[in-house]
Design a protein around this ligand. Structure first.
Ligand code: SAH
Length: 379
């Protein structure tokens, strides 16, 4: 467990997850298939199985000679995620899955079905090095970065469950992705950017999701935000601010000591200017810590200072309980007053409906190890 304020910016070096088709860009897939002694067009067939039909099961690949299926599957579809446990709430429309990775590391993803959309919340690292004291993942420290395919396969697994009608509400499709599970996506920039490419590339090269429906959420790594700005990926950016002043933010979001509020907000504004995408500012409402009316005014001032107009949208998240934390969610009247002050200042604001609290699947509650029986933890 990290000591308060300690940051882990470089992920521990670990054995790499095995190579998977989803790690590769389309041209690399062709090269890989040729190296395995097959014609290049086979790569597109494999992509269709995986990205269009969500299948990594060679017995269904009837367009391949049976004698080649097993070898291709072994070379390009190693098992990356092994389900350990599913827990559901909201009458089965919210489902958290605990996955074991090839090396025993544990991560979680959460599927949330709404009347008009299905959102999958994915992890980008096993654990997290950012050490935010109100977040359960941060308290556990960073185990390792996830690979591109480990990130993508969380979405493909959710898509498969929906195809098969395993989620309450009948068969459906994933429409939205949020990088709001375990980890800091911009601390694992290359894998995150490649995973986003797989999500938004049209089928069969990728899953064909709309770039606007993919949200990358960051603690505020300014160089990472700048890279994303110039990447051309055009996804929605969310920034976890949680305080408008450096004095408080230094304690809530330790990376603030490197990248203070002014720099983070300026980088977020630059994202808007270059991409035209409105940025979302996340703000966990913590009773008597960051929820005072004067802080709402200060937040409005800081955002207006970066740029005029509706370049930004504030998403207030009622604090979710985490083990060992002394903090709790804001009182309703304080939350209402905070919203009113922002609205008066002309800042668009919503309060997030946080799903999955009962299953420790809500924001800041993903901590994998809590879920396991002691016996499983030993294995
Ligand atoms: N590392 C990224 C991705 C995590 S996203 C980031 O910091 O943005 C999860 C979101 O939930 C972040 O905005 C995070 O600050 C917020 N969060 C963390 N712990 C929380 C808690 N206990 N209650 C409510 N929101 C929390």
């Amino acid at each position: 467990m990290p000591v308060p304020g300690e940051l882990t910016l470089v992920a521990p070096r670990r054995a790499k997850p095995p190579r998977h088709l989803a790690d590769l860009a389309p041209a690399e897939r062709r090269a890989a298939v040729e190296e395995l002694g097959h014609k290049g067009f086979r790569a597109a067939q494999l992509s269709t199985h995986y990205f269009t039909h969500h299948s990594d099961d060679p017995t269904t690949w009837t367009d391949f000679p049976a004698k080649h299926r097993e070898a291709l599957a072994a070379a390009l579809f190693p098992r990356l995620l092994t389900p350990v446990r599913d827990i559901e709430c909201d009458a089965g429309t919210t489902r958290k899955t605990l996955w074991r990775l090839f090396d025993g590391a544990l991560v979680e993803s959460v599927l949330m079905r709404y009347p008009d959309r299905v959102t999958v919340c994915v992890s980008s690292q096993a654990g997290c090095g950012m050490n935010c004291p109100f977040c359960a993942t941060g308290q556990a420290g960073l185990t390792r970065n996830m690979s591109t395919a480990e990130i993508v396969d969380q979405v493909v697994a959710a898509s498969r469950a929906l195809d098969r009608g395993e989620v309450a509400g009948g068969p459906g499709r994933v429409s939205n992705i949020v990088f709001m599970g375990m980890g800091e996506p911009l601390a694992n920039y290359n894998a995150t950017a490649a995973a986003v490419a797989r999500l938004i590339d049209p089928t069969p090269d990728g899953l064909g999701l709309s770039r606007r429906s993919v949200t990358v959420s960051t603690v505020g790594l300014v160089p990472g935000i700048a890279k994303l700005t110039n990447s051309g990926l055009g996804v929605t950016l969310a920034v976890s601010l949680h305080a408008p002043d450096d004095e408080l933010r230094d304690t809530l979001v330790p990376i603030n000591t490197r990248y203070p509020v002014g720099e983070v907000v300026a980088a977020a504004h630059e994202y808007f200017v270059k991409t035209g995408r409105r940025v979302s500012i996340e703000y966990a409402m913590i009773r008597d810590i960051n929820d005072q009316a004067w802080r709402a005014d200060e937040l409005a001032r800081v955002l207006a200072f970066a740029g005029p107009g509706a370049w930004v949208h504030v998403n207030l998240i009622p604090l979710n309980p985490t083990p060992g934390s002394q903090w709790t969610a804001s009182r309703s009247r304080d939350e209402k007053a905070f919203v009113r002050r922002l609205e008066t200042a002309g800042v668009p604001v919503t309060v997030r409906d946080t799903r999955g609290r009962e299953i420790d699947g809500a924001c800041g509650q993903l901590a994998a190890a809590d879920l396991l029986d002691p016996e499983e933890q030993l294995s």
